[in-house]
Design a protein around this ligand. Structure first.
Ligand code: SAM
Length: 272
């Protein structure tokens, strides 16, 4: 009997170590099938075999599923707010702060935060952990080499100060690179770091189902210290932030004021 699409997704979930049923199905299906036709694959048995035996195609598949574009100071207003308000407030409250960039892609996001800390002369007071499900993109992040469009939103003086340009490539300096610890981590199943002061998870959850998103936000809340901040993507407002235990202090910034409401059922999207 040939593999059905559902069976194929189950097998691939095991292979990648991530449950594909937690991703929105329409987008997921479109991406899976676009690669299938690009590679000229006729059925799911052949597709699965290809992914198991061809490391290059397997990496391409993971990349396609997770889309990892990013850039420095993406949505610059949010980074200016981090710089002028959020990080100084956290540094006032604690001598050492712990920051997590979840779904960090090529590293532009955690490195932007590291640059802000350096500008505030507080880099020794912070630990920055950056994680992603995609090992290939993490290797790119560690190298710290970027294209012009990935640094275009950086204030020009910061670009000049922290990067060395060689033709069309921008090399990030070691003083910033060594401030970020990169690790592979799957948000849908791995344990979360704890006692955090700031979590940034932007442009990652758009691919998750509403229930997976809500559960994730509850886990982020539980990973934060009281008064810690969660920074969401520009198009990803938390509809149930109060139930999750956050107050919404400004666009995309949520501050922890308590634990998730035990009477809230994240799968129902409302109170039980
Ligand atoms: C569009 S990038 C966002 C990068 C950065 N946060 C930003 O906003 O510029 C999305 C990243 O989420 C990662 N990702 C997708 N699913 C994930 C999961 N289950 N666990 C961890 N990272 C995941 C992808 O590999 C990708 O690098």
């Amino acid at each position: 009997m040939p593999l059905t699409y559902q069976e194929f997704k189950k097998e691939v979930s095991q292979l990648c170590g991530t449950d594909l049923s937690l991703y929105k199905s329409q987008q997921m299906d479109r991406r899976i099938h676009s690669l299938m036709s690009l590679w000229g694959i006729a059925d799911y048995d052949q597709y699965l075999k290809e992914l198991k035996t061809n490391a290059h195609r397997y990496q391409e598949f993971v990349k396609k599923l997770t889309i990892n574009v990013s850039e420095f100071f993406r949505n610059p207003d949010r980074f200016m707010e981090l710089w002028e308000k959020i990080v100084p407030e956290l540094l006032k409250a604690s001598r050492k702060i712990k920051i997590w960039s979840a779904g960090c892609s090529n590293g532009a996001e955690p490195y932007s935060i590291a640059i802000i800390l350096q500008e505030l002369q507080a880099s020794t007071q912070a630990e920055i952990i950056a994680t992603d499900i995609d090992q290939v993109v993490l290797e790119k992040a560690k190298k710290g080499v970027y294209l012009r469009h990935e640094v275009k939103s950086l204030p020009p003086e910061l670009l000049k100060k922290y990067f060395r340009q060689e033709e069309e490539l921008f090399f990030l300096g070691d003083s910033i690179k060594k401030k970020v610890i990169f690790k592979r981590h799957n948000l849908l199943c791995d344990p979360f770091p704890q006692e955090l002061d700031l979590i940034s998870c932007r442009n990652v959850v758009i691919y998750f189902t509403e229930e997976a998103k809500n559960k994730l936000y509850m886990k982020f809340n539980q990973s934060l210290r009281m008064g810690g901040y969660f920074l969401a993507g520009g198009t990803e407002p938390l509809l149930y932030y109060k139930q999750v235990g956050f107050e919404n202090v400004s666009p995309s910034f949520y501050k922890k004021f308590g634990a998730p409401d035990p009477h809230w059922d994240p799968s129902q999207r409302s109170f039980t």
